[in-house]
Write a protein that binds this ligand. Structure first.
Ligand SMILES: C[C@](O)(CO)[C@H](O)COP(=O)(O)OP(=O)(O)OC[C@H]1O[C@@H](n2ccc(N)nc2=O)[C@H](O)[C@@H]1O
Ligand SMILES: Nc1ncnc2c1ncn2[C@@H]1O[C@H](COP(=O)(O)OP(=O)(O)OP(=O)(O)O)[C@@H](O)[C@H]1O
Length: 265
């Protein structure tokens, strides 16, 4: 079985509290985007996994392996070979690894007739990472809690052009959370996105930007370059380092291309 695992962007991200377990409560809008990894799973004589197009360990730490072993613990799964072709940049705030994990759960459920429903799959996904459950639903949602409680959202950007630029900076999510400031009393994102998109820049913010822009001024310059290129809204996604921009029309890519790898999403 071959499937494509898509990325996500966060449209607004408010960090509203810190919990006793060290995780943070947040408020965000998760939006699926058309940047993909490819995952192939097939029965094999031994379990193995191979990653193409990216250089990181493929051992038990890979989220695809973790997803397989999580289900293999509870179900009588055959041994499989997993091939992963990375297209989603890593350390970008685009949730690539999380999407891979959840797509492995979805694929194993389908391929081996496990009959798990969405709720059950989301519960398994939550054991693999805070971003994982979103990719089970994989449609625009308003997320709260640690990013795993969802309500559906009517947001459709399909008549816009969406560009994402990944600068040559890798940001660890855990590190980003260590220095993020908690802010309460912020605008409700569900209301903010009802405004015309041109006004989002005054109301829809990502709380990771302040600290990370200080540490990496290149990311702030990248966001400014999106506005210079005509974006109606631009922001860093998640804990960075990728920045996305929403355009009415496809802009001249020259300046953006100087600052990182450009993805049309
Ligand atoms: C920044 C976002 O991408 C926004 O969607 C996510 O909150 C990150 O989710 P993720 O990468 O799946 O995070 P996990 O793999 O579960 O956790 C990585 C680390 O990030 C921190 N973390 C993550 C999620 C959260 N709500 N609060 C946190 O403090 C924790 O220190 C954790 O050790
Ligand atoms: N299948 C995978 N794809 C990418 N990274 C993986 C995978 N499995 C494990 N990892 C580890 O997870 C780390 C973060 O990867 P990921 O691409 O999900 O981060 P991110 O872009 O910061 O996303 P997020 O929005 O979840 O913070 C990588 O540095 C890598 O060590």
């Amino acid at each position: 079985m071959l499937e494509f695992a898509n990325a996500k962007i966060n449209i607004g991200l408010h960090i509203v509290g810190k919990r006793a377990d060290g995780y943070h409560d947040l408020e965000s809008i998760f939006y699926p985007v058309k940047v993909y990894d490819a995952i192939e799973i097939f029965p094999s004589e031994e379990y193995s996994m191979q990653v193409y197009n990216f250089d990181f360990p493929v051992g038990e730490d890979n989220l695809c392996s973790k997803a397989y072993h999580l289900l293999a613990h509870d179900f009588d799964l055959p041994l499989v070979k997993i091939n992963l072709l990375k297209g989603i940049p890593v350390g970008a705030g685009l949730g690539g690894g999380s999407s891979d994990a959840s797509h492995v759960l979805l694929m194993l459920n389908k391929q081996f007739n496990l009959h798990l429903n969405t709720q059950q799959l989301e519960t398994y996904a939550a054991q693999l990472g805070a971003d994982c459950p979103f990719f089970i639903r994989n449609k625009p949602v308003y997320a709260t809690g640690i990013g795993t409680t969802f309500s559906d959202l009517d947001l459709d950007l399909s008549d816009k052009r969406l560009l994402i630029v990944k600068p040559p900076i890798h940001i660890s999510t855990a590190e980003a959370y260590k220095s993020v400031a908690i802010r309460t009393g912020q605008v409700d994102l569900r209301q903010a996105i009802q405004l015309p998109i041109q006004e989002w820049k005054f109301h829809v913010r990502n709380d990771f930007e302040e600290g990370l822009f200080r540490a990496y001024p290149e990311i702030e310059r990248l966001k400014a370059a999106f506005y210079d290129s005509g974006a109606v809204y631009a922001a860093m996604s998640g804990s960075g380092s990728a920045v996305f921009g929403i355009f009415d029309e496809l802009p001249d890519l020259k300046e953006l291309q100087k600052l990182g790898h450009v993805f049309s999403a």
